[in-house]
Design a protein around this ligand. Structure first.
Ligand code: NAP
Length: 291
């Protein structure tokens, strides 16, 4: 399957092949609740939903924008480099709004959400994917790196969540934070990065409770994925190469992940008909690295 071509996402086989008595039990449950949902055919769909994706000009964010557009979403793509965002848009067959913005500037969050509202009239989903990685042992890195990591990886998403919240609440929308397994594992040599991602994991779980039942909040925790981030870690080429080998060795599936392997799960979590009872989940998509 080439880039830009996407299969419709299907739920796990077990739910489609469930036994008749279990199907009857589920119908009885629904009668008890007194409401029925329109059948979705068991396929993930974001048709007509407006979703804001940060860091959409490259890597995982670009794959998310492509995946969401393939599921019918109206996408607002965000990043600092307009040219990179236009390259993403060239791969989409969807209605798209481009917002060139630095998440670290104070007015960016309102500007991004206003642009999505002006264009699409609603915000159903927010994907906080933009991120910065700065690796190094604590005696080698500057503490200013920690400020930069927290600004992009935590403060920016927090501002965006606050700006999007009234709109998300009004449509019972959803937030997906792209954090990292680095926020769940110990990270010698990458402690500042790990701390910033752990902060987002914590924010995800706390906000899931704070905002329920109006807004669902989940996180996808990628393992190593070959993206431009790997060319800009603050390490020497030799250190980067050693780290890459280390990653493959420490990943049971024995390889780096593909960008779209992350993007598909973001789409699943955003769809309220597919994941409407899931909130506060930290989902590792990592080839088994956290097992
Ligand atoms: N690749 C991996 O192995 C891996 C593993 C675990 C987690 N992750 C996480 O996955 C997410 C995506 O990373 P990636 O691997 O796809 O790397 P990437 O290609 O470098 O993507 C990072 C994106 O963030 C945007 N960005 C950075 N600073 C920004 C700012 N101040 N304002 C607005 N946008 C900003 C960049 O766009 P501009 O430069 O145009 O602003 C870029 O498109 C990150 O949160 C990362 O921590 C990646």
């Amino acid at each position: 399957m080439g880039r830009g071509q996407h299969r419709a996402l299907r739920p796990p086989t077990a739910s489609r092949r469930s036994l008749p008595h279990l199907r009857r039990a589920r119908c009885a449950d629904r009668r008890h609740l007194g409401r029925r949902r329109a059948p979705t055919g068991g396929v993930v769909s974001l048709a007509g939903r407006s979703v804001v994706v940060t860091g959409a000009g490259s890597g995982i964010g670009r794959a998310i924008a492509v995946q969401l557009a393939a599921q019918g979403a109206l996408v607002t793509v965000v990043g600092r480099r307009e040219t990179a965002l236009k390259e993403t848009v060239a791969q989409l067959d969807a209605e798209v709004e481009i917002v060139a913005a630095d998440l670290c500037t104070p007015d960016s969050a309102d500007r991004i959400i206003d642009a999505a509202i002006d264009r699409f009239g609603r915000v159903d989903g927010l994907v906080n994917n933009a991120g910065l990685a700065r690796f190094g042992r604590i005696d080698e890195v500057d503490v200013a790196d920690l400020d930069a990591l927290l600004a992009v990886n935590v403060r920016g998403p927090a501002q965006l969540i606050k700006a999007a919240l009234p709109h998300l609440r009004s449509v019972r929308g959803s937030i997906v934070n792209v954090t990292s397994v680095a926020g769940a594992l110990s990270m010698p040599g990458r402690s500042y990065y790990g701390a910033s991602k752990a902060a987002m994991n914590s924010l995800t779980r706390s906000l899931a409770r704070e905002l329920a039942p109006d807004v669902r909040v989940n996180a996808v925790l990628p393992g190593p994925v070959d993206t431009p981030m790997w060319q800009d870690l603050g390490l020497s080429p030799m250190q980067t190469e050693l780290l890459r080998r280390d990653m493959v060795a420490g990943t049971p599936m024995g390889r780096f992940g593909e960008e779209d392997e992350i993007a598909r799960w973001v789409a699943c979590l955003l769809d309220p008909d597919f994941a409407g009872w899931i909130t506060g989940v930290l989902l590792p998509v990592d080839g088994g690295r956290t097992t």
